[in-house]
Design a protein around this ligand. Sequence first.
Ligand code: ASP
Ligand code: MG
Length: 411
Amino acid sequence: MSRLVMKFGGTSVASVERIKNVVRHVNREVAAGHEVAVVVSAMSGKTNELVAWCKEASPLHDMREYDAVVASGEQVTAGLLALALQQAGLPARSWQGWQAPVLTDDGHGAARILSIEPAGILEGFSRGEVAVVAGFQGVHRPTNRITTLGRGGSDTSAVALAAAVKADRCDIYTDVDGVYTTDPRIVPRARRMDKVAFEEMLEMASAGAKVLQVRSVEVALKHDMPTYVRSSFDDPDHPGSGTLICKEEDIVEAQVVTGIAFSRDEAQITLRRVADKPGVAASVFMPLAEAGINVDMIVQTISQDNMTDMTFTVGAADYDRARALLEKTRSDIGYAAIVGARDVAKVSAIGVGMRSHAGVAARAFQALSQKGINIRAITTSEIKFSVLIDAAYTELAVRTLHTLYGLDKED
Ligand code: ASP
Ligand code: MG
């Protein structure tokens, strides 16, 4: 007998009717002889509403109470799905994060899963019971407080549960039928990938592809958990295919570039005329790090008379805080001026084939320049390169790279 974890996102459980549709997917897998645990998100829009209520009640809220509030969305759908399964004659029970239990650290609002103790769920399996587990939430045992895993966290709940119960696969049901070479709303010729390597998916999610929470891919990679992204809108009796996230070795037809990702949630900061001497970079980036502000791309120009310009990017949401901090530490750093830009975007190309092919990024720089797109900053890793450009050119840049690397679907 094999074991499956099935996860259903917000649009897949958006109403009781949609929840009944989930029952049909679960029923199919149970009938095929699988032991099944289902992880659910809150109904779509619910978490946003709960977050807004917290802000309304207290702008600088206590994150422990925020977690108590926002975890409730998943509590509702877990109970409802268990009811709907029972109604269809399938034995089922709901498990809240604290009941499973999903043990986390105390990073309220973005807690990390430490372990899941699945004994109770496994006992349920042996009685023929479907386990319905509330995603997104856990418990911090030492303080006995409810925690949540950050937005999109039920993906991570699902993959971590799959690892804990030693499932054969984790199926992530969503409102799209898989992972695309890029966002099909921007490039109609984007293709659904049959398979993508864990490392590629990790880079794509970090670079802005929104299908899966980044952490869920980290967990899948760590535990080697095959994760299948598929649509809950398929006919439950005849589901179509999705995208399997798996080991690189399991992909036969590897391409140099597999996907193009982009993010408009970036902001650029440039410090003009910084002294070119040891310790300066630390004086810029240490305070940012201490404030929990993530810095992504960093570019330093060649120094003239021992002064350089330092450009870097932060998340758009951190921009104001970062600027304020840099203005406060101005005398320690010693720069002539600070300039910022919010209307920037990061476009990235990802593919494990970059490890073994030279000149992959160079071709992109040429293609972008031929379209008149100016590159503000560049970063590269083993299997990815990213360019920072004016946000107005995002779509053109994504399309250009998608075509350049032969990713366009044929007619
Ligand atoms: N309901 C939570 C959110 O909207 C978790 C999830 O859906 O993955 O972020
Ligand atoms: Mg999601």
